[in-house]
Design a binder for this molecule. Structure first.
Ligand SMILES: NC(=O)c1ccc[n+]([C@@H]2O[C@H](COP(=O)([O-])OP(=O)(O)OC[C@H]3O[C@@H](n4cnc5c(N)ncnc54)[C@H](OP(=O)(O)O)[C@@H]3O)[C@@H](O)[C@H]2O)c1
Length: 228
């Protein structure tokens, strides 16, 4: 299985990379905006569509496209920007960046292949605060795209959304023990998700029978919040 992926330098991406490194049947092709990421192809999802397509020209046939990139508006420097600038960067990276990357990679996807994009478990239930408003706007838009894409592609390829809750990644680790505890206490399951738990679900959806579950949103949050 050849998997083309963005965001492997992030918390969830690193966990997925670690899992897939144990598998002899998987070739992982990394796309990264920072050229220092080992073995990665240079790829910034904010590039225009022609440049993204050119960057993938010689990638060969792939069996899955896994998009783990995302704008981290909770950490510096983005957390210091205005509401409107954070909204814009989320749109450019999470929404437009994902749509453009899918369109640029689609011609390389084998019949019966899979596309995975990242949502957020509160995107369709809502949560208070500026960051929640911004993330929910971007992630709900991405879910709308993914569900429609699933119907466009039907038997040609499967499209899945992975929607984690609170995951112990870079931003979470930067919080004080007290802040981490406050968030943990707010969850129904009284726990943070680990990046590996999310990575395990991503690995699992790539093994699903083609098309049967296309268009689904998989909530990875131990039942913390579900849409009504
Ligand atoms: N962590 C959570 O609690 C949580 C919860 C729900 C959903 N999610 C979603 O899950 C995904 C992964 O989350 P994470 O916490 O692992 O993310 P993360 O640690 O913040 O990493 C983000 C990744 O996106 C890449 N990226 C950012 N802008 C990019 C661009 N313009 N072009 C290409 N790559 C770009 C980053 O690359 P650089 O190394 O170059 O910065 C990094 O690899 C994101 O979509 C996030 O929104 C996360």
């Amino acid at each position: 299985m050849r998997i083309l992926a963005t965001g492997l330098s992030g918390g969830i991406g690193a966990a997925l990379q670690h899992r897939l490194a144990q598998r002899s049947d998987v070739e992982l092709i990394a796309l990264a905006r920072k050229p220092d990421h080992a073995g990665a192809r240079p790829f910034d999802v904010t590039w225009d569509i022609a440049r993204l397509a050119a960057a993938l020209k010689d990638v060969g046939q792939i069996d899955a496209l896994v998009l783990l990139h995302g704008a981290d508006i909770l950490s510096p420097p983005l957390c210091q920007q205005s509401y409107w600038d954070r909204l814009d960067v989320l749109y450019q990276v999470d929404v437009l960046g994902s749509i453009k990357t899918v369109k640029a990679a689609l011609e390389h996807l084998a019949p019966g292949g899979a596309i995975v994009v990242m949502g957020w478990d509160h995107a369709d239930t809502g949560a208070p605060g500026d960051a929640s408003e911004l993330y929910a706007t971007a992630k709900a838009a991405l879910v709308g795209f993914a569900k429609s894409l699933a119907t466009t592609l039907l038997d040609r390829a499967s499209v899945y959304v992975i929607a984690p809750g609170w995951v112990m990644t870079r931003w979470a680790q930067s919080l004080s023990a007290e802040q981490q505890e406050q968030i943990r206490a707010r969850t129904r399951a009284h726990r943070w998700q680990t990046p590996d738990e999310v990575a395990a679900v991503i690995e699992s959806v790539l093994q699903l029978p083609p098309s049967a579950l296309t268009g689904q949103v998989f909530y990875v949050n131990h039942g913390d919040v579900m849409p009504s």
